[in-house]
Design a binder for this molecule. Structure first.
Ligand code: ADP
Ligand code: MG
Length: 680
């Protein structure tokens, strides 16, 4: 299968953007699922347009005028035989004024609203039609894809469309080992997902209950199942170095941290110690709600490796999180004579050479990001890997981890930690082959975060409340709307909110952090916030996981109705870590849909992560669209464990029906290089 970089029209820059979306091979284009669809297959007569719909109309420009209301705007009247509609533009260029010259014939697509002059469209996409035959309408619905920074929807759609075209005309071949076992066939399913007919069941396509989506989801789950089965078989033959805890060292650590472990922490520490002290590699998942104290548990495990004269590494998915671990753990370990090695992507030159030397030499503990497992990093004797916030890592990284430190039949112990509570039934699949430990108790003295939901109409009141809290010396987060389709827009929203809030709260220092900033800049902002130099931190969802600033006791979440329960829970978990009574304000945009209303209710009623996880499953019925970004679980391209739980049993049957060659094809399609799963 070709890589996208070999395709016409895909230069290195586009290729790197595609890679950010997980699209590396041509086949990945076919497996990139649309977020939604637009119906450009028909022209709607102007007396038939309805508010709150997206439609396509065709008509002649009757009138054009620039008016000065609160803002300058361009108003265009467009008419067909049946009626007329107003086009409204708040931003416009001279070329547009020419486009909307009276008498021009236009085709426009956009959202319809009811305005002062009847039906109108704000900023529709328009095309001038010549005098001859209008260009033909598409025969199928137009797919809208999730994009990423620097990659336009139109560019991505064109590249995907090319791949779909090659598939349908037989230029790309997709071998289908499940042919005849499930309906529809693979090629047909791909076609229906990218080019549904005008009468397709759109709700089902978007929420994923459509047979075509289910067909692809089944195959994806099958790929994971097959891969994990192979890994587990290989693992059954692996050995590990037993790691023996040193009681005196453990006691010293507890002395340094200055608090008593909770009963739950003691229990899981014992479970892990027992696993580590055998010659079978540990594969354990540690689940513990945000703030439950997983770091201490990790520290005790790392110590067991150090005490046995071997090495341990802890990795986090982002530099912010990794650095936070580094700060905490170097403090805790210093009195024990252990000096951890720090390695992240930004560590370069001499510092990096020194880090690498220590890893190959006498270092006992390494802390960092994935940079720890990249090519060229050699450990002397890596015996334990701790992975924090696992749900941020894909299967791929998990495999790379498993490979690292493996030597012949010997493999390091692995501890995987997550704050995402996963209902048991799903945990079995999401983390197949892992033993599970749970911290089901929070450290004493935590007061549950009080939560209120307020309509955005009360913004001034909310800002007042914020002002009073900041004046009391508290620190706050303000999280900005998540915009599914684009990181760029999300960052822009955060930027303009930060401006608005600094203007409204001139007496306080407002900081800004979002995913498009350089790691060093992010780190600077987090440091300033931790040190109290920033009082209000405006953020996108980059702060979702793991960040620990105990003095922050107020969490404002804008457009809370757009976020899933697990994400709201993660965000709220950023506060309530210190002694002050913490509060969370969910700001929503009315009117609230039924599910959104229930979600906000759940958030007000409970702070228990497991209750929230169960409710999350319950609430995600048909009609609810939750992108992968919102689920917080392991990332699949198409499958969604909450939605597709009932596919899991049949998938096992499918697995039995495949021979090795068939299994190779399926694994390779969804997970890439099948070699790494081979159970030799
Ligand atoms: P998480 O499970 O979210 O990673 P952390 O390990 O960051 O949680 O712990 C959250 C906070 O609670 C930290 O400030 C930590 O020092 C503190 N903490 C952890 N365990 C205890 C305990 N048993 N008693 C008091 N405080 C604790
Ligand atoms: Mg943590």
């Amino acid at each position: 299968m070709r890589e996208v970089s070999e395709l016409d029209g895909v230069g290195p820059q586009v290729a790197s953007r595609l890679k950010a979306l997980g699209i590396i091979r041509e086949v990945d284009l076919l497996l990139h699922r649309p977020l939604r669809y637009e119906d450009r297959t028909r022209i709607v007569a102007m007396n038939r347009v309805r508010p709150e719909t997206r439609v396509q109309v065709e008509g002649r420009v009757m009138h054009q005028e620039i008016v000065q209301r609160r803002r300058r705007m361009l108003l265009v009247t467009l008419a067909d035989d049946a009626g007329q509609i107003t086009l409204r533009f708040f931003r416009f260029y001279p070329s547009q004024l020419r486009m909307f010259r009276v008498g021009n014939h236009l085709r426009c697509f956009g959202d319809v609203r009811f305005g002062p002059q009847g039906f109108e469209m704000a900023h529709p996409q328009c095309q001038v039609l010549g005098t001859g035959e209008p260009p033909p309408l598409p025969k199928h619905l137009t797919a809208i894809y999730p994009v990423t920074q620097g990659l336009a929807q139109a560019t991505l759609a064109k590249i995907i469309d090319g791949a779909v075209e090659r598939l349908l005309s037989g230029i790309i071949e997709l071998p289908d080992p499940l042919d005849g076992t499930i309906d529809p066939g693979l090629v047909e399913a791909v076609r229906q997902v990218h080019r549904p007919g005008p009468d397709a069941d759109l709700d089902a396509l978007i929420d994923g209950h459509h047979p075509a989506v289910q067909r692809l989801a089944s195959e994806e789950l099958l790929a994971h199942h097959l891969a994990l089965t192979r890994l587990n078989r290989a693992r059954a033959r692996q050995k590990a170095h037993p790691l023996e805890p040193d009681q005196a060292l453990d006691a010293k650590l507890l002395d340094v941290v200055g608090f008593e472990p909770t009963g739950a922490q003691r229990r899981v520490i014992a479970e892990i110690a027992a696993d580590l002290n055998t010659s079978r590699p540990m594969r354990r998942l540690l689940q513990g709600d945000v703030g439950s104290g997983k770091t201490l548990v990790a520290a005790v495990a790392l110590l067991a490796a150090a005490a046995s004269g071997r090495q341990a590494a802890i990795v986090a998915p982002t530099e912010i999180l990794a650095e936070q671990h580094y700060n905490t753990l170097s403090q805790w370990f210093a009195p024990l004579g252990i000096e951890p090695v720090w390695l992240a992507g930004k560590v370069k030159g001499k510092a990096r050479r020194e880090a690498l030397e220590r890893l190959a030499g006498d270092a006992a503990v390494a802390i960092g990001t994935h940079a720890l497992f990249q090519h060229g990093v050699e450990f002397r004797d890596l015996a334990l890997i701790v992975v924090d916030e696992q749900h941020r890592f894909g299967v791929h990284q998990r495999l790379a981890l498993a490979a690292k430190g493996s030597e012949g039949e010997r493999s390091p112990h692995q501890l995987v930690m997550t704050a995402t509570p996963i209902p048991r039934t799903l945990a079995m699949t999401a983390y197949a082959g892992l033993e599970v430990s749970v911290i089901d108790e929070l450290p004493p003295g935590r007061k549950p975060v009080t939560t209120v939901a307020l309509s955005q109409g009360r913004r001034e009141e909310i800002i007042d409340r914020l002002r009073r809290a900041l004046a009391e010396g508290r620190q706050a987060y303000w999280v900005c709307p998540l915009i599914e389709e684009s990181e760029v827009l999300e960052a822009q929203a955060a930027e303009s909110t930060a401006e608005e809030l600094s203007a409204a709260l001139p007496e306080f220092t407002v900081g800004l952090i979002h995913g498009r900033m350089k790691p060093a800049d992010k780190q600077q902002v987090m440091d300033d916030f931790s040190a109290g130099r920033i009082e209000l931190l405006v953020a996108t969802t980059v702060i979702e996981v793991g960040v620990d600033v105990p003095n922050a006791s107020l969490m404002m979440i804008e457009n809370a109705e757009r976020l899933g329960l697990s994400q709201l829970h993660q965000l709220r978990g950023r506060v309530g870590r210190g002694s002050a009574q913490a509060a969370c304000v969910l700001i929503y945009k009315p009117p609230l849909g039924e599910t959104a209303q229930k979600r906000l209710e759940v958030m007000r009623e409970t702070t228990d992560g497991f209750v929230i996880a169960e409710k999350d499953l319950e609430l995600r019925g048909p009609g609810e669209v939750l992108g992968t970004r919102q689920t917080g679980m392991m990332r699949f391209r198409i499958a969604d464990l909450a939605r597709d739980a009932e596919l899991l049993e049949p998938v096992k049957g499918l697995a039995d029906s495949l021979d090795t060659a068939g299994a190779d094809i399926v694994i390779e399609r969804w997970l890439g290089d099948a070699e790494q799963f081979v159970d030799v």
